[in-house]
Design a protein around this ligand. Sequence first.
Ligand SMILES: Nc1nc2c(c(=O)[nH]1)N[C@H]1C(S)=C(S)[C@@H](COP(=O)(O)OP(=O)(O)OC[C@H]3O[C@@H](n4cnc5c(=O)[nH]c(N)nc54)[C@H](O)[C@@H]3O)O[C@H]1N2
Ligand SMILES: Nc1nc2c(c(=O)[nH]1)N[C@H]1C(S)=C(S)[C@@H](COP(=O)(O)OP(=O)(O)OC[C@H]3O[C@@H](n4cnc5c(=O)[nH]c(N)nc54)[C@H](O)[C@@H]3O)O[C@H]1N2
Ligand code: SF4
Ligand SMILES: [Mo]
Length: 710
Amino acid sequence: MKPLESTIGSMPVASLPAPPPVKAPGTATHCPYCALQCGMSVAATEEAGVRDVVIAPRAEIPAGAGGLCQKGWTAGELLTNGSRLTTPLIEGRPATWAEALDHVAARLRRISAEHGPDAVAVFGGGGLTNEKAYLLGKFARMALRTSQIDYNGRFCMSSAAAASIRAFGMDRGMPFPVTDLAGADTVLVAGGNVAETMPPFVRHLARMRERGGRLIVTDPRLTPTAKAADLHLQLAPGTDLALALGLLHIAVAEGYVDEDYVAARTTGFDAVAISVSAWWPERVERVTGVPVALLREAARLLGTAKRAMVLTGRGAEQHAKGTDTVSAFINLALALGLPGTEGSGYACVTGQGNGQGGREHGQKADQLPGYRKIDDPAARAHVASVWGMDPGDLPGPGRSAYELLDALGTPGGPRALLLFGSNPVVSAPGAGRIAERLAGLDLLVVADVVLSETAAKAHVVLPVTQWAEESGTTTNLEGRVLLRRRAVAPPSGVRSDLAVLSGLAERLGHPEGFPAEPRAVFDELRRASAGGPADYAGITYERIAAETGVFWPCPAEDHPGTPRPFLDRFAHPDGRARFIPVNHRPADEEADEEYPIHLTTGRVLAHYQSGAQTRRIASLVRAVPEAYVELHPDLAERLGLADGDRVRVTSRRGGAEVPARITGAIRSDTVFMPFHWAGRASANLLTNPALDPVSRMPEFKVCAVRVEKA
Ligand SMILES: Nc1nc2c(c(=O)[nH]1)N[C@H]1C(S)=C(S)[C@@H](COP(=O)(O)OP(=O)(O)OC[C@H]3O[C@@H](n4cnc5c(=O)[nH]c(N)nc54)[C@H](O)[C@@H]3O)O[C@H]1N2
Ligand SMILES: Nc1nc2c(c(=O)[nH]1)N[C@H]1C(S)=C(S)[C@@H](COP(=O)(O)OP(=O)(O)OC[C@H]3O[C@@H](n4cnc5c(=O)[nH]c(N)nc54)[C@H](O)[C@@H]3O)O[C@H]1N2
Ligand code: SF4
Ligand SMILES: [Mo]
């Protein structure tokens, strides 16, 4: 095996360039993109009338380990390169802010009066700051009185969140500091490609391996992360659940179960032990394609390690059985005595910039701030008292993200949608159908920094400020609340999301209660979250600055914060973690004669999500200019395809056209497409919106397709 850093160093695109010498110290803030929230120093410069932004990493933020990836280094371009929206648009025509907000408020009032409050829907994003997520949820429930709010995090880590709540009573995605990884002896990454999705994260894994630790990766592709692993389990897409059951079967058979821990800290082991007895290694090999010897080796590395960690990424989670799959990995971790043990554990590798905080403060359909449940009477009473309203006037739970998008403009569904921080025309599963639903709306309002594919379809577009132009907090993947500071002046003509919500609330009869100032919103969020699972009461901007972030729960200003919440007890009333019996089932859509190949989807290093931001950054476009479909040489030969040929990929939902990229780094029964592109190149024209029954996560990671020369 190659050492991790050198593998990463030789990767074509996953480069970690050395920091250039930085003269201007700049303002301390954080990257706009992923959940690692690398620390950045950002300085605005102006020479001969040309504005520029200089970015350097901040070594004092531990998660980023003093690094930045290609996207982080180039994030400044979108602040200066002229691709910004700078004026509100009504039906495509420039308008003043007063016209735009008056127009939206009047339309919302009419639609709500004619069809009821649930005719207005709100969709948020895990990239929004805590302040924005909180105010958006309050705006929906209090100013609009609608139950119809959800957000793109439903498409992201919702299966892991649901499984963590089942097992531990609480979802703090990674319930330990990222830096703990360096001290582990074995780390399993199930369906995560961190070398491309969070390159500096790899530094923690590299430190682990320098100490002699072992890395195991499960992925249908030999990704840069899998290449750097000691053990790559190249399973068929959609078979992680069987793999996890098989690993636990071996752990039981080989005596790796930590019986003292199981007795002292958990409930329900016996039923789970019985349920895995049917998953003997040969059967698991037949289902997953992973040889028995490798299964045994993986179980041994995990079962005999002094400190071990089991991590899941979207590869294992984005399935119609994602919650059960994560439960199976948590069962394995519990049997080995890992969660709540210092230096060990289970964690979800959360994805979006505020993927953790964005799921805590009320933009989720079933949730109130502080990670409270919207159908819990005590939670409703508390939040209503902070908001100064009658708990009986708070709406109940609404539709989940895909169900909400799919109901738009249909009989009984919402007729207006306010969208902040997402681009579902590109990122929603079965996106062709969602584009039709959006077109059926009476009113689509999109707040964005650029004219995304979804904004281009909106009746009203509101141009907003972005990361370095405003302040606010994010909560990174390890549950550490961080402070983004305004580093550069926004272009004239744009307003912050908070100011947009404040202006709309005022026009809807709420002159108070919707401040545009982030600190005022955060102080209210602290009170609203107090006493809830995600308790921010003791966190202040000053503490975040002084302590390089504060881990929640943090119930009081003299409380140190909680880097490792489960060391003494889990969050269920009895303090114990729960084993949850689960069973393997096939993907919603299996390969058949008509659609004989598995399609899976995911990311490349140079682009972010729907690509709305990164497809507007020149160096990233140069790095990866267009979408493609990755396929194995054997499959290419069977289909008569050569590298670079344009191919048509067709599923039951639609067809896409992209060039072929032939590589030995993928299973020959599976093709892969990144989902960062729009139009005919969009992977989501193909994906299957079958939903997980618990988390309502769509099956992004496996569907059946046909591939042919275009
Ligand atoms: N460059 C970049 N970085 C990002 C993002 C981005 O868009 N671009 N987005 C951020 C966000 S929001 C997220 S959620 C994270 C996601 O981070 P990851 O989870 O690392 O990203 P993905 O590429 O979606 O999926 C990871 C891997 O899962 C594999 N996979 C596909 N199907 C299966 C399967 O059935 N089982 C298993 N075990 N593996 C499978 C894919 O081949 C892929 O290599 O990245 C964050 N960081
Ligand atoms: N096929 C397939 N599809 C997937 C996935 C997959 O693996 N495969 N992954 C899913 C996952 S994990 C995720 S997280 C989703 C993400 O998909 P999307 O929800 O589409 O995420 P982004 O592209 O990040 O969209 C963010 C939008 O908000 C804008 N924006 C940025 N900052 C701000 C701000 O502060 N305020 C406002 N108002 N707007 C802002 C950006 O310009 C952009 O247009 O995609 C999902 N879709
Ligand atoms: S790893 Fe994530 S947070 Fe760090 S620079 Fe890259 S995109 Fe930004
Ligand atoms: Mo995500």
